[in-house]
Ligand binder design. Structure first.
Ligand code: 5AD
Ligand code: SF4
Length: 430
């Protein structure tokens, strides 16, 4: 979501006459987009800001001003506090008000205001005010839903991105058409809780994610469709059917389970159990036998015992994820879990994370190696390290390096996998 938001902000800045530079020393404006999901992400901002201040001072000696801005969820959580820790920050706004960036910038540039902060939860939707989206390449993100009403006890999202909001069907389809017109072959629909999408159609009728997927599949030129991130309890039979019937829906689904222990899932306020989760995955795999799964895990949640953790390891074996993200539980101020008794020591969290990640990486490597000798459609997205080499993704999101002739960037080619490791694969364009 932050990649998508950053892209939309960059486009707004382009409209304001700014040009992108890869060298921070050359930047008249530096805008950090931030994440508050775990403590580490917030700390990273302040060390990045410290480095930006050094560059700002060096530039000042050369006679150039530098505007420093901060966007995203850290601002929503810290509000004015951000200026206490970093008084040289010129402006800051949360994830729901970035459409106001041009006005804020004007105020700063003309020195009308300083230390501007905007953390309102506005009544208007920012999407109605943003300039049209354009593709950067063959793959694009498209935010269709934002915010969350689930209130998992560890999570800041309901407090930083606010209540659940779904964009109207027409807006989503219009943005998708624009992305396809400007070169997109793959769209990844985004939302913190994307499968609870309930946007209105032109008659004011609420429509589901499954409806939207069916509509998007009718668009000419769209070759691949994904959606991220889903909430297990909201996977409907209608959505499962999409995995059977919609050819462009990729056979890879990120469905975070967080824990394999029902006791922990309850404490997390998740609305699924290990049994309902396994059943959902079974149904999805029946709908599309080629479907593979990915997930998020939290280890060391309050009250997690060795037995609870064993249940998570057991679930991993049962599902056989081909990819996953796993994190040590991180206390987030203001969330219920932060003040729960039964906090787990850092040492135990680390040990459990090591064990879980060894297992997950093992599964990922096994899957990648099983792909050697097989042919996949690869959508090329970036340049590789060697001349003539591009990096693209298979339907399963694996990175593939391949030598190509001609301009294949942003295009799909058939690639035979020749070599694979845990994190990447090599292939030959056929
Ligand atoms: N501590 C650790 N991990 C967290 N996540 C969300 N909040 C926390 C937290 N407080 C993880 C979840 C979620 C992913 C985006 O980040 O696994 O699915
Ligand atoms: Fe956070 Fe996801 Fe739970 Fe919502 S469903 S509270 S975004 S972890």
């Amino acid at each position: 979501m932050n990649v998508y938001d950053s892209h939309r902000m960059a486009m707004m800045l382009e409209n304001e006459g700014y040009e992108k530079t890869d060298k921070q020393e050359d930047a008249d404006l530096v805008l950090f987009n931030t994440c508050h999901i775990r403590e580490k992400a917030a700390e990273k901002l302040f060390s990045d800001l410290g480095r930006a201040l050094i560059i700002k001072n060096e530039r000042l000696e050369r006679g150039f001003d530098t505007i420093i801005g901060v966007a995203g969820c850290v601002v929503q959580a810290e509000d004015e506090q951000i200026f206490k820790r970093a008084p040289y920050v010129d402006f800051a706004f949360g994830p729901l008000t970035y459409h106001r960036l041009p006005q804020i910038l004007k105020d700063i540039e003309t020195k009308k205001k300083q230390n501007v902060v905007d953390t309102e939860f506005p009544a208007e939707s920012k999407f109605d005010f943003l300039p049209e989206n354009k593709a950067l390449g063959g793959c694009s993100f498209l935010a269709i839903q934002e915010g969350c009403d689930n209130f998992c006890t560890y999570c800041v999202v309901p407090y930083t991105r606010g209540v659940e909001y779904s964009r109207p069907v027409k807006d989503v389809l219009d943005e998708a058409k624009k992305l396809i017109e400007t070169g997109t072959l793959e769209i990844n629909l985004l939302g913190q809780n994307v499968n609870s999408y309930h946007g209105e159609d032109e008659n004011g009728k609420e429509r589901s994610l499954a409806y939207l997927i069916n509509k998007l599949a009718e668009l000419d030129g769209l070759k691949r469709l994904r959606y991220t991130t889903s909430y297990p309890a909201d996977v409907t039979d209608e959505l499962i059917l999409c995995h059977k019937n919609i050819g462009i829906l990729m056979p890879y689904l990120h469905l975070p389970v967080q824990s394999g222990s029902n006791k922990i899932l309850k404490l997390m306020n998740r609305r699924h159990t290990r049994e309902t989760y396994i059943e959902t995955v079974q149904k999805l795999k029946e709908a599309n036998p080629k479907l593979e799964m990915s997930s998020d895990f939290i280890v060391g949640f309050p009250f997690e015992t060795d037995e609870d953790f064993e249940q998570t390891l057991d679930l991993v074996d049962k599902i056989g994820y081909i990819q996953a993200f796993s994190f040590k539980y991180s206390k987030r101020p203001g969330t219920p879990a932060a003040t729960m008794d039964g906090q787990v020591s850092e040492k135990v969290k680390k040990e459990r994370l090591d064990v879980l990640q060894t297992k997950l990486f093992g599964l990922q490597e096994k899957f990648n190696i099983s792909c050697v000798g097989q042919m996949f459609d690869v959508l090329f997205e970036q340049h590789g390290r060697h001349k003539g080499q591009l990096i693209g993704r298979t339907p399963y999101m694996q990175n593939v390096h391949a030598a190509v002739t001609g301009d294949m960037m942003g295009k799909i080619a058939k690639v035979k996998i020749t070599n694979a490791t845990t994190n990447s694969m090599e292939g030959k364009v056929i």
